[in-house]
Every structure is written in structure tokens, then in C-alpha cells.
Design a binder for this molecule. Structure first.
Ligand code: GRF
Length: 239
């Protein structure tokens, strides 16, 4: 694969020896660190998407996070920074950032990482910290998004990948995927429909990043996909 131009979200040096100097590649392989707290299905989708990146590490704030086993099975380095070992949020975030930075990431990927992050942490990774949220932001930030969507009676729901800012579930939107809300939906059926889309758009985002198609300038995201604009999404759907 030939990568035409460097991604410029964050200049980040790569350890000697991991630089790809082959003639086909013009940029170093991007290094990714993924943060999880639990199941890790988004992380798994990223690991299995055969992306042109180096997954440098998967880090969890909980030793029993299921996703750690999956990561280890995929041969990825794992680490735990247990939040309860720190007396306050700042100390935890400082330790977490120190651990992350051992892996020199170009991009830090929050994949079900259930901790509120301090502004200092977020600013440290400005432009290279992304999150996936199971709703069409800015609708339904926070927890229990599928329950909230059903309570509000929305007809279209979905998921969002965005750059992280100090406000929770907020920041420049990279990509969204929409799904219909069906009359018999429960939070679980709706969650499953949304999760299927999460597993597509999160790896896609990282691919765009790796291929230099993603730019963040003055709070706005541009994605050079080369594809045509999709048709409008409407619900109820006409037969
Ligand atoms: C996903 O729904 C994601 O959108 C949200 O937390 C959930 C994590 O699921 N941030 P998993 O751990 O990736 O399976």
C-alpha cells in the first residue's frame, strides 16, 4: 500500500528500527494505543481489521477487563493502570499518561474507557485522542444512550467517533453511523444494531488516520474519503 502524504495531527517520533523505510511507504507506520475498561469489542474490531498501523499497546484501568485477554491473544502488549491505586483523578491521569507515553503513540483510542479524563490529560493528547460514543452526538451524551433514545422516541439512532475535548462526549466529529429504531426495539436490540456500526466506523477512522486522510484544523475535521456523498437517511422508510 502506498501512503501518499504524512498525517499531520501530531508529529511524533518513532523509535529507530520501527521506521518503515521501504520504497512503497513514504511515512512511518502510525503507532496506536488503545484504552479499554471492559469487554473490548471495539478494540477487537480494530485489532482484526488489518489496519496499516502498529497497535503499540492496549491499556486498561481494570485488571479484569475482558478485552485484555483478547488483546494478549492477538499478541498485543497490555498494561494496567488501576485507578483505585490513586487518591485523585489528577494522579491517576498523570500515571496513565506516563504509561501511554512509554509507547510513543501517534493516536490514543478510547474504546469503552470508562473514566472521566482531566483537562490536563485531554490537552496533553490534543488532536490525537479519539473516542467512540454509542449515540448520534450531540444527542444523548453520557451513559444509557440506548434507553434514552427509546424514551425520547427517536427514529434514527447511531454512533459517533470524535476527537476528545475536555467536555465529556464532546469534540470535533469525525464520522457517524445511523441505524433505524424499530417499533419492538429494547435497549439490547438497539445496542446490538449500533454496536455493529461501531465495529465498522472505528477501524475505518483509524485507517483514514493511517492513510493521511484525516485533518483537524480549527476544531473542524476533514476526511478525504474520495467517495461520493451518501443519500439522505430518512425514517420512517418508504417502501
Ligand atoms: C461501546 O458501546 C462504546 O461506544 C462505548 O462503550 C462501549 C464499549 O464496548 N464508549 P466495547 O468494550 O468496545 O465492547
Amino acid at each position: 500500500m502506498k501512503i501518499a502524504m504524512p498525517v499531520s495531527l501530531s508529529p511524533n517520533s518513532l523509535p529507530e528500527g520501527e521506521r518503515d523505510t521501504g520504497s512503497l511507504r513514504e511515512v512511518p507506520i502510525k503507532r496506536i494505543v488503545i484504552l479499554i475498561s471492559g469487554r473490548g469489542s471495539n478494540m477487537q474490531a480494530i485489532l482484526e481489521a488489518r489496519l496499516p498501523v502498529k497497535i503499540a499497546a492496549v491499556i486498561s484501568n481494570k485488571a479484569d477487563a475482558k478485552g485484555l485477554e483478547t488483546a494478549a491473544r492477538h499478541g498485543v502488549t497490555t498494561a494496567v493502570v488501576y485507578h483505585k491505586q490513586y487518591s485523585n483523578r489528577t494522579d491517576f491521569d498523570t500515571a496513565l499518561a506516563a504509561k501511554i507515553d512509554e509507547f510513543s503513540p501517534d493516536l490514543v483510542v478510547l474504546a469503552g474507557f470508562m473514566r472521566i479524563l482531566t483537562p490536563e490529560f485531554v490537552n496533553h493528547y490534543q488532536g490525537r485522542l479519539i473516542n467512540i460514543h454509542p449515540a448520534l452526538l450531540p444527542a444523548f451524551p453520557g451513559l444509557n444512550t440506548h434507553e434514552k433514545a427509546l424514551q425520547e422516541g427517536v427514529r434514527i439512532h447511531g454512533c459517533t467517533v470524535h476527537f476528545v475535548t475536555p467536555s465529556v462526549d464532546h469534540g470535533p466529529i469525525i464520522v457517524q453511523a445511523a441505524v433505524p429504531v424499530l417499533p419492538d426495539d429494547t435497549p439490547d436490540t438497539l445496542a446490538a444494531r449500533v454496536l455493529e456500526q461501531e465495529h465498522l466506523i472505528y477501524p475505518q477512522t483509524i485507517r483514514w488516520f493511517a492513510e493521511g486522510r484525516l485533518t483537524l484544523e480549527q476544531g473542524k475535521v476533514t476526511v478525504r474519503t474520495g467517495g461520493a456523498c451518501a443519500a439522505a437517511l430518512r425514517s420512517p422508510w418508504e417502501a
